[in-house]
Design a protein around this ligand. Structure first.
Ligand code: PLP
Length: 468
């Protein structure tokens, strides 16, 4: 039976994969989730000898979510192409740090951060679906740094797609900015918003909430609310467990919008034996509050050394909440509306107890982040980026008592955050050639105020470009 998709707020139409892929956000403001969790095939769980390489595993794990949307052979081919450009043959290799602690490197894609793993697949699926329908879309997204360049790399020069990416002006690293603004493709449009990442995200949400505008310009999203991204990210959790023969493993996941760790949750729901998720946050610790006390209160966003995690309201938490509330969309919608209105949320004791069994929240500040980068370099010579360091510090703090294996997800190449790394270890991490080349290239970017009507006017102009 084919998987269908329902909204976490219970008032949007039930859709097939192709529609969910193009829609992004649901019409009721909710996020799409599969109507049930498919069970991982024994083939997917058999590990590398039985299955071939990462692309084979990826196609096998994702297939139940897309079954009916593509012929299997075509889907396999799209997935294979998506991973062909990765710099490491294993796509997501692991290194053991000792004592059952592992580092899984998710940054071997074209923009050197983990988001490539999903977006290289999603860009191809978009293209395929649009071509099949004879349609075009304008993708609009907000980025706190890495999503934007990964989305741009995934769709640049595609015929049926314009892409508009908002980033908070002056709040992303220079390398991150250049990775986006130096792309010369005519279908790529960068916007620097005078505000925070949450402001950017609010602008995008407000624009999507205007149904007429959204329909007129065929708006679509590929940020981490898009189900297809979560789907593609489930694969490396399966790879970590099956290829390295780990049992009752826990994952420490440096978290911002909660998309990465939610994919782990999906893998666990599909039958993968995972013990705990360590939700690792920087000083922006609203999730730490949530996982330790069952309450959340919004405060302002603080800039940190791990900017891709400088987020207060993590969109993808809604998907977990929906399940914790027994998939009651109306109730989920109410709680989120109250949260929006009051800035506070409290879940009941039963739900909190359920969370306690499989989740921990850990906060790591900048000083500990820096000390973690320095300590690992001193002890092993390995260089990690600040996001990964938050994950590693959280993993170490969560481990006394439980000696099962733990995998830290390394989400960015250290050279993307060279200044913070240099401040910690005294040397600049070696810059891969692909990044070094960006320095001399011209940049293209429009600076706009934090204002919805200015943004809409700009998006309308961009979306008109390709259709002429
Ligand atoms: C996006 C990002 C994160 C946070 O991932 P979420 O899916 O938003 O939780 C962590 N580290 C890096 C380097 C990122 O780019």
């Amino acid at each position: 039976m084919t998987v269908k998709y329902v909204s976490t707020r219970g008032r949007a139409p039930i859709l097939d994969f192709g529609d969910v892929l193009l829609a992004g956000l649901a019409a009721d403001g909710g996020l799409y989730v599969p109507d049930r969790w498919p069970v991982l095939s024994t083939h997917a769980l058999s590990g590398s000898p039985g299955l071939g390489d990462y692309a084979d595993l990826a196609a096998e794990v994702m297939w139940p979510f897309v079954d009916g949307a593509y012929p299997r052979a075509r889907f396999d081919e799209l997935v294979r192409n998506a991973y062909a450009g990765f710099a490491h043959p294993d796509v997501a290799p692991m290194a053991e740090l000792g004592d059952g602690l592992w580092l899984m490197e998710l940054f071997h894609g074209p923009t050197l951060a983990f988001k490539d793993i999903a977006l290289q697949v999603v860009g191809r699926l978009f293209d395929e679906e649009l071509a099949r329908r004879g349609e075009r879309v304008t993708i609009v997204g907000a980025t706190s740094g890495d999503t934007g360049s990964a989305a741009i790399e995934a769709v640049r020069d595609r015929e049926n797609i314009e892409i508009v990416v908002l980033h908070p002006h002056g709040r992303i690293s220079e390398v991150q900015r250049r990775q986006m603004t130096t792309v010369g493709s005519a279908n790529v449009h960068n916007v620097a918003v005078e505000g925070t990442f949450d402001d950017c995200q609010d602008l995008v949400k407000a624009m999507f909430a205007d149904a007429a505008f959204r329909a007129r310009h065929r708006l679509s999203a590929v940020n981490s609310i898009n189900w297809a991204r979560v789907m593609a990210q489930t694969v490396y959790y399966v790879a970590a467990v099956t290829r390295y023969g780990l049992e009752q493993v826990s994952f420490s996941v440096p978290t911002g919008n909660f998309g990465n760790v939610l994919a782990g949750h999906a893998a666990r729901q599909m039958g993968l034996a995972i013990d705990r998720f360590i939700v690792a946050s920087n000083r922006n610790d609203i999730l730490t509050q949530f996982f330790t006390t069952g309450t959340m209160a919004v405060s302002e966003v603080h800039p940190t050394l791990s900017p891709s995690m400088d987020i207060q309201v993590s969109s993808n938490l809604e998907r977990l909440l929906f399940e914790l509330l027994d998939r009651n969309g109306i109730r989920t919608g109410q709680i989120l509306a109250d949260f929006r209105a009051t800035g506070e949320m409290q879940i009941d004791a039963r739900v909190a107890a359920e969370l306690d069994r499989g989740w921990s929240g850990v906060r790591v500040d900048d000083a500990e982040t820096t000390a973690t980068i320095a300590g690992l370099y001193r002890d092993t010579g390995m260089i990690i980026d600040p996001h990964t360091a938050v994950g590693l510090a959280a993993a170490r703090r969560s481990r006394p008592g439980s000696n099962g294996p733990m995998v830290v997800l390394a989400t960015a190449h250290p050279a993307k955050f060279g200044e913070a790394v240099e401040a910690a270890i005294g040397v600049r991490p070696p810059m891969p050639a692909a990044l070094a080349e960006l320095a001399g290239r011209p940049e293209r970017c429009e600076r706009l105020p934090n204002d919805l009507s200015a943004l809409k006017a700009h998006v309308a102009r961009c979306s008109a470009l390709g259709s002429g």
